[in-house]
Design a protein around this ligand. Structure first.
Ligand code: C2E
Ligand code: MG
Ligand code: MG
Ligand code: MG
Length: 275
């Protein structure tokens, strides 16, 4: 749309695009060594039962602190990992790290119902995805029923292939959740056909609650509950949002109001605080 906006705008967009390309090039160069250099870590964001405020689980989120670029956010570096296919080995590393962390919490008596891991469409479609996952579950000895995999609506668009993989996950005992729900293009009939456990309402609809925009959030909560999904609200930041969601009987919530994503040792402190 740069051209439609006239000459000056065109120059500005081109310069901006160059900056993005240059940045992605730098990220690509550095991220190729990131696993070897131990630059990745995983943080965990608690997920809370909105009926009793108890922590039921946590979502694992990848962090990257690079020697040259400093901290780079996943929204910026995940697309680069997808483009250069490193999302496959990095995704395996995340899965192994998270499963072994969850197992080690369990061995210390720190129990949660679920640990949630984001899986990129490229990783999900990789033909070794299920095999690799089985191997990780075997090696870490984590019971598969504690693991929930988060995919987006884009991932299930290819209904034939995605339903095969989702069914294989269910056979293993792994749970499946649809992340950023409401922002993609999945049809409701797909949702009903697939053995999905959880819908995570995208943060944008939770933000709308502050602007009299409760219709979408309401509709998703009610539809999700009627179809027997567990419904989680993402990105709860305020008491007002929380009150609203509790009122609507949304099952679970996650957001800065409860906790930002925290390190594994901060998770231990939290477990100890809660007894
Ligand atoms: P997501 O899976 O939807 O994760 C939720 C994002 O919202 C996280 O951002 C989290 O820190 C942020 N968030 C949670 N609560 C709040 C809140 O109350 N307010 C605000 N402003 N933000 C909140 P993060 O960690 O930057 O991750 C961004 C996205 O990057 C994730 O969205 C996910 O799509 C992707 N991502 C992160 N880690 C991984 C990973 O290990 N593998 C893959 N494939 N993708 C990942
Ligand atoms: Mg997620
Ligand atoms: Mg999300
Ligand atoms: Mg998101």
């Amino acid at each position: 749309h740069a051209k439609r906006q006239g000459g000056n705008q065109y120059c500005f967009n081109t310069a901006h695009q160059n900056i993005v390309l240059e940045r992605n090039y730098q990220i690509d160069l550095e991220i190729k060594q990131a696993l070897l250099r131990n630059e990745f870590t995983v943080v965990y964001q608690p997920i809370v039962n909105l009926k009793n405020n108890k922590i039921v689980g946590a979502e694992a989120l990848l962090r990257w602190n690079n020697r040259k670029l400093g901290f780079v956010g996943p929204s910026e570096f995940i697309p680069v990992l997808e483009a250069n296919s490193l999302i496959i080995p990095v995704g395996k590393w995340i899965m192994a790290t998270v499963c072994s962390q969850m197992k080690s919490w369990q061995e210390k008596g720190k129990l949660m119902q679920r640990i949630c891991v984001n899986v990129s469409p490229i990783q999900f479609k990789d033909r070794n995805f299920i095999l690799d996952l089985k191997e990780i579950l075997n090696e870490t000895m984590l019971d598969a029923s504690y693991l929930e995999i988060e995919i987006t609506e884009g991932t299930i668009l290819d209904i034939e292939n995605s339903s095969k993989t989702i069914n294989e996950l269910k056979d293993l005992g792994v749970k499946v959740s649809i992340d950023d729900f409401g922002t993609g293009y999945s049809s409701l009939s797909y949702l009903k056909q697939l053995p999905i456990d959880t819908l995570k309402i995208d943060k944008s609809f939770i933000d709308d609650l502050d602007r009299d925009g409760e219709i979408i959030a309401n509709t998703i909560i009610n539809m999700g509950k009627n179809l027997n999904f567990r419904v989680i609200a993402e990105g709860i930041e305020s008491e007002d949002q929380l009150k609203y969601l509790v009122n609507q009987k949304c099952h679970e919530g996650q957001g800065y109001y409860f906790s930002k994503p925290i390190t594994n040792s901060q998770m231990m402190d939290l477990f100890n605080e809660l007894g």
